[in-house]
Design a protein around this ligand. Structure first.
Ligand SMILES: [Fe+2]
Ligand SMILES: [Fe+2]
Length: 409
C-alpha cells in the first residue's frame, strides 16, 4: 500500500499528466488504471453516461489479465445499465452520492440497490469490496461513474476500501471529470471536422472513422511492443495517432461534389483530382503546432502509399502538390517501404480492412475469410509485411472493435 506522502505525490503527478491527454478513450483507461493503483484495487470499471443509461466503457481486471498470455488484452463486451436506484452504479449516477460497500454479497435486503451477480458469473470472478464514485462536472452534471473493485492488502487478501480511499478517489474523480469535459470538447471539435468531411463524402461515416482510429491504435500498440518504444512514448503516440487516424480523409473537403459523389467509375483525370485529398488534408495541419498536427499531416499525406512504391501521392510539395524531384528521377515517385511513416502504414491497413468488411453503396461486405486472404495477398505489395503480421496477431481484438462501432443501418 502507498503511504500518505506517496499517494499525494502520485495524485499531483496524475493531475499534471491527465491535463496533457487529448484523447478521451485513452484518458479514461489511464484514469481507471491510476485510480486502481492508488487504492490497491484489483479491478475497476468506468461507466460513461449516455442519456438515461450508463455504458460500461472501460474495464480492467488484474486477476483475469494475469491469466492471459503476455501481451494479450481482455476483451469485454459493452454493457448498459439503466440509471436507477436499483443497481450500485445506477444509484451513484442517480443520486450523485458515492457508495463504499465492504461486501456486495452482504448488502441488506432493505437497501434500494442490489448487486447484480451476473457479471461475476460470466467472468468467473468474485467481486467483494466496491467503491463507486460519481464523475461530476463543476456544474454538478453526472458524466459517468468510476468504480473500483476488490482492494487488496499486502498479502493479497481482499479488504474493504477505507475512508482515505474515499477521499483520494473523490478528489481524483473531480480532476478526472474536468479532464473528461476538456477531452470531450477537443473530441467534439475533431468530430466537427470529421462531420464536415462526412457532409462532403458519404463514405467517410462516423462509425468508419472511429473504427479506423481504434484499429490503428491497436495495431500501432502491438507494433510498438516489438520495438524498443518506451511506455511513455507509446501512451503519447497512441493518443495522437487515434485522433490523427480519424482525420485520414479530411482532405476530401477540398474535392468537388461532382467527383466525390459520382456514382460510376472515375475517369483518369477525376482520379488524379481525387488523389489530391492526401496533400490537401496534410495542408490543413501545415502550421504544425503540436505532435498531433505533425502526425495528422503524415497520416493524411501517406495513407494511400504502398509498401512496394506504387501508391500515391509520393514525394510532393504539400503546399502546391507538385512532385519533388529526387535524385535523377524526374517522374513522380511513390514512397516505398520504411520511407512511408509508420503512422501512414498502420492507417493504410486499418482503412482497407474496414472498407473490405463493411457494406458500401457500391459493394457488399466481404466474408471474414475473404477479407483475411486479401490482406495476406497484399502483404509486401500494398502493406508492410510486418504490419500484416501484427494485424493477424490482434485480429480478434480488431473484430471486437468492428462490433463496437456498428454502421447506422
Ligand atoms: Fe483516403
Ligand atoms: Fe477511410
Amino acid at each position: 500500500m502507498l503511504n500518505e506522502a506517496k499517494r499525494l505525490k502520485e495524485i499531483i503527478r496524475l493531475d499534471t499528466e491527465l491535463s496533457t491527454v487529448q484523447d478521451l478513450d485513452i484518458l479514461l483507461e489511464r484514469i481507471l488504471n491510476e485510480a486502481r493503483k492508488i487504492t490497491d484495487a484489483d479491478a475497476g470499471t468506468i461507466y460513461i453516461r449516455r442519456g438515461d443509461n450508463l455504458v460500461f466503457s472501460y474495464t480492467q481486471n488484474e486477476t483475469q489479465r494475469n491469466k492471459l498470455p503476455p501481451g494479450q488484452k481482455l476483451i469485454f463486451s459493452t454493457f448498459i445499465v439503466k440509471i436507477s436506484k436499483k443497481s450500485i452504479s445506477g444509484y451513484v449516477a442517480a443520486t450523485g452520492e458515492a457508495l463504499n460497500i465492504p461486501d456486495v454479497y452482504k448488502i441488506s435486503k432493505s437497501s434500494p440497490y442490489q448487486f447484480d451477480s451476473s457479471y461475476d458469473k460470466v467472468s468467473q470472478y468474485k467481486t467483494t469490496s466496491v467503491l463507486t464514485v460519481p464523475l461530476k462536472t463543476n456544474r454538478d452534471e453526472i458524466v459517468g461513474v468510476l468504480q473500483i473493485i476488490n482492494k487488496q492488502d499486502s498479502g493479497g487478501e481482499v479488504v474493504p476500501f477505507d475512508s482515505e480511499d474515499e477521499v483520494v478517489v473523490k478528489h481524483f474523480a473531480s480532476t478526472a471529470s474536468m479532464a473528461l469535459q476538456r477531452a470531450q470538447l477537443t473530441r467534439a471539435l475533431i468530430l466537427r471536422m470529421i462531420q464536415m468531411a462526412e457532409l462532403r463524402d458519404p463514405k467517410e461515416t462516423g462509425p468508419h472513422v472511429n473504427r479506423v482510429a481504434s484499429y490503428a491504435t491497436e495495431i500501432y500498440e502491438r507494433w510498438a511492443g516489438r520495438r524498443s518504444i518506451t511506455p511513455e512514448e507509446l501512451n503519447r503516440m497512441r493518443d495522437v495517432l487515434r485522433s490523427a487516424a480519424m482525420l485520414h480523409d479530411v482532405g476530401k473537403v477540398g474535392i468537388s461534389d461532382a467527383i466525390l459523389k459520382k456514382p460510376g467509375k472515375l475517369t483518369t483525370n477525376e482520379r488524379m483530382i481525387m488523389e489530391t485529398h492526401t496533400y490537401i488534408g496534410a495542408r490543413l495541419f501545415l502550421n504544425k503546432q503540436s505532435e498531433f498536427d505533425e502526425v495528422a499531416s503524415m497520416v493524411a499525406l501517406t495513407h494511400h502509399e504502398n509498401w512496394d512504391g506504387t501508391g500515391y501521392p509520393g514525394y510532393v510539395d504539400i503546399g502546391t502538390g507538385s512532385p519533388i524531384k529526387r535524385g535523377r528521377r524526374r517522374k513522380r515517385t511513390g514512397m516505398k517501404g520504411e520511407e512511408i511513416p509508420i503512422y501512414g502504414r498502420v492507417v493504410a491497413i486499418a482503412d482497407v480492412y474496414d472498407a473490405l468488411q463493411s457494406k458500401r453503396a457500391y459493394k457488399e461486405a466481404w466474408d471474414e475469410e475473404e477479407v483475411y486472404s486479401e490482406i495476406r495477398r497484399l502483404s509486401g505489395k500494398k502493406f508492410d509485411p510486418e504490419i500484416v503480421d501484427v494485424f493477424f496477431d490482434c485480429s480478434k481484438v480488431l473484430k471486437s472493435i468492428f462490433s463496437r462501432y456498428p454502421d447506422a443501418d
